[in-house]
Design a protein around this ligand. Structure first.
Ligand code: HSE
Length: 427
């Protein structure tokens, strides 16, 4: 094992708690023989024989008796290099590292295929929910047409706490960090980077698409304020951090952004750090998976499931016939055209803070009308003391480029007091 943080210690505890049962299920024994850490003297919650701790990764990678490397250290370049070496020397790999799979996956998976080794990463997406295995195996008889996910627990936790406990952004983030959901660098949670990595992996499996994270339009949750949550609720919506994938006219629509979803929709009920993935199969129809997307035990359960898959194959002598990680050889992933964000048609939520003057509302309506954006509902509140009006409106379905053009015109209006807030509505 490389790395012995929250998930590594969870895995250690899990394997020792369930040792006997696991042996019965496997017909053999899984033994953690070495754990590489940066500092062997650091105090850790999980009890571990100090003899198996090492600060030298070489002790793992150069040990021919070690058959599986579990990478739980995080990062991108370093773990990619370790994984390359491990695969080169014939070891199988299990990892929870979404960044490395999303960004360096192609090269590593090609190597795993060439060496006929396992490279499994169930824990990388939605922690304890076995969604990759579902897409790779259980649902392969169908064609996935749509996927809506809440795949970053930290941002869902923050938005949920802002909505339910009226917390400001920072304290909600601190709570998520204390609970162990957040990345070492929480900006990846907040700016959508973590969800973007996960969506790239999901899209490869669900749509067999050769997709890079950099090609996925990504917007963070920091544009959402408590006021937007309240207004959204007035209109019958909640704001959720979504990862979206859909087939549309032969193209793929992939994006990560916060969005308004109806209060009675499935995803509206996914609170706190819980993750969920809603899928629509051409024949299966809708199906939803939800559960813990992070944390020691849920993530460790997924890592253990992968370890079992490899261990079973080793014990049955079939580990040179590993199923490819995306269920198909890498070369079968297709470069599908991506729907340009501007061609996207969706209803929008728009909040404008303006001076309470005659003609401002008429200007807002005419800017939208000029760009053929039709208003569905409108609400205005006025702060008489400040002379400020807040205009909140929902549009009918409109092209993103049309709404964008209208909003950019309005952001130059002399009566504007704050930058407009524009969010998509996903029904
Ligand atoms: N930071 C991630 C999250 C951890 O909040 O969901 C699990 O990938």
């Amino acid at each position: 094992m490389i790395g012995f943080g929250v998930v590594g210690q969870g895995l250690m505890r899990l394997l020792s708690e369930r040792g006997e049962e696991m042996e019965a299920r496997l017909g053999g024994k899984l033994e953690i023989v070495k754990i590489a850490v940066r500092d062997t003297s650091r105090k850790r919650e999980a009890s571990v024989d100090p003899g198996i701790l090492t600060d030298s990764i070489d002790e793992i990678l150069d040990d021919p008796s070690i058959q599986i490397v579990v990478e739980l250290a995080g990062g991108v370049d370093e773990p990619a290099a370790w994984m390359r070496r491990a695969l080169e020397s014939g070891k199988h790999i299990v990892t929870a590292n979404k960044a490395v799979i999303a960004e360096k996956g192609e090269e590593l998976i090609a190597l795993a295929e060439e060496k006929h080794r396992f490279l499994l990463f169930e824990a990388a997406v939605a922690g304890g929910i076995p969604i990759l295995r579902v897409l790779r195996e259980a649902l392969t008889g169908d064609r996935i047409v749509r996927l809506h996910g809440i795949v970053n627990g930290t941002s869902n936790y923050i938005l949920s706490r802002m909505a339910s406990a009226n917390l400001a952004f920072e304290p909600a983030l601190r709570e998520a960090q204390l609970k162990g959901f957040a990345e070492a660098d929480p900006s990846l949670d907040i700016n959508g980077g973590d969800a973007c990595h996960k969506l790239a992996i999901l899209a490869r499996l669900a749509f067999l698409a050769d997709i890079e994270p950099s090609a996925i339009p990504t917007q963070g949750i920091d544009i959402v304020s408590a006021r937007d949550m309240e207004f959204a609720l007035d209109f019958g919506y909640v704001i959720k951090p979504l990862a979206i994938g859909a087939r549309l006219n032969g193209a793929l629509d992939l994006r990560v952004h916060p969005a308004l979803v109806p209060v009675d929709s499935h995803l509206a009920h996914i609170h706190g750090a819980t993750n969920a993935i809603y899928l629509e199969g051409e024949h299966l129809g809708p199906v939803m998976f939800s559960g813990e997307g992070a944390g020691a035990y849920p993530t460790a359960v997924s890592v253990a499931g992968d370890l079992f898959e490899v261990a079973r194959a080793i014990l049955s002598g079939s580990d040179d016939r590993a199923t490819p990680p995306y269920g198909v050889p890498l070369r079968a992933l297709k470069k599908l055209p991506q729907l340009p964000a501007e061609e996207l048609k969706t209803p929008f939520y728009l909040r404008l803070t303006v001076e309470d003057d005659a003609g401002v509302l008429a200007d807002v309506a005419s800017a939208l009308a000029r760009h053929r954006v039709s208003i569905e509902t409108i609400l205005q509140t006025v702060d008489d003391e400040e002379g400020i009006a807040t205009i909140v409106l929902l549009t009918h379905e409109a092209f993103e480029h049309a709404v964008g053009a209208a909003v950019s015109e309005l952001s130059r209006h002399s009566a504007l007091r704050e930058q407009p807030v524009l969010l998509r509505i996903v029904r």
